[in-house]
Design a protein around this ligand. Structure first.
Ligand code: 4NP
Length: 180
C-alpha cells in the first residue's frame, strides 16, 4: 500500500512539468465510471483553456460494451451537471501503455487487471488508482461500480469523480500556470 502511494506520488511529480499530459481513465465496462471521468476531466481542462496540454480518453478492461454510448442512467445524471457524455466504449489495448502517461483505475480490480496486462515495468508504473486523488471526506477507497445501483450510486460516482478530477488537474498543473 505504502509502495503504491509512493509510485503514485512519483508519477505525479514526473508529469507535473511535462508539456503534454496523456491521461487514460479505466473502469470495467467503460460505460459508467470512466466515460464520466473522461467527460468531467475534459470539462475541467476546457474551463482552464488548457486543452492543448491534455489528451484524455477512457477504456474498459472488459470489451463487452465496445461501441456503446455511456449507460443511459449515467448520461442522464451527468447532463444534469452539465456533462454531455458522447464517448463510445472501447476495451483497453496494449498500445495504450505507450500512448498514455498515466492510466487511472477506478477500483482495485481494474488496477490489478491493468498491472497484469502491462507489458513492461515502466508501463506498470503508469497505473494509479483514482482514489489517490480523492480530496473530499469519504468512506470510499475506490469509485464504486454503480451498474447495479440506483440513482444515489450514480450521484455518488459523479461526486467522487468531480472531486478527484479537480485534484488531478491541480496536482499536474505547475503552480505558475494555475488560474487564481
Ligand atoms: P463501469 O460499470 O465499469 O463503470 O462502466 C459497469 C458497466 C457494465 C458492467 C459492469 C459495470 N457489466 O457487467 O456489464
Amino acid at each position: 500500500m505504502i509502495m503504491a502511494q509512493y509510485e503514485s506520488l512519483k508519477i505525479i511529480s514526473e508529469l507535473k512539468n511535462k508539456d503534454k499530459i496523456r491521461a487514460l481513465f479505466i473502469c470495467l465496462g467503460n460505460i459508467c465510471r470512466s466515460p464520466a471521468a473522461d467527460g468531467i476531466m475534459h470539462s475541467i481542462v476546457e474551463s482552464h483553456g488548457d486543452n492543448e496540454r491534455w489528451f484524455i480518453d477512457s477504456a474498459g478492461t472488459y470489451g463487452g460494451h465496445a461501441g456503446d454510448l455511456p449507460d443511459k442512467r449515467m448520461r442522464v445524471h451527468a447532463v444534469r451537471r452539465g456533462y454531455n457524455l458522447t464517448h463510445r466504449s472501447r476495451q483497453i489495448r496494449e498500445s495504450d501503455f505507450d500512448d498514455f502517461d498515466i492510466i487511472i483505475a477506478m477500483d482495485s480490480a481494474n488496477e490489478r487487471s491493468l498491472k497484469r496486462m502491462a507489458p513492461t515495468v515502466e508501463a506498470e508504473a503508469k497505473v494509479v488508482p483514482m482514489s489517490v486523488f480523492f480530496r473530499m471526506a469519504t468512506r470510499y477507497d475506490h469509485v464504486p461500480d454503480p451498474y447495479y445501483e440506483g440513482a444515489e450510486g450514480f450521484e455518488l460516482v459523479l461526486d467522487l469523480l468531480e472531486d478527484a478530477c479537480e485534484n488531478l488537474y491541480d496536482q499536474l498543473t505547475p503552480k505558475h500556470g494555475r488560474k487564481q
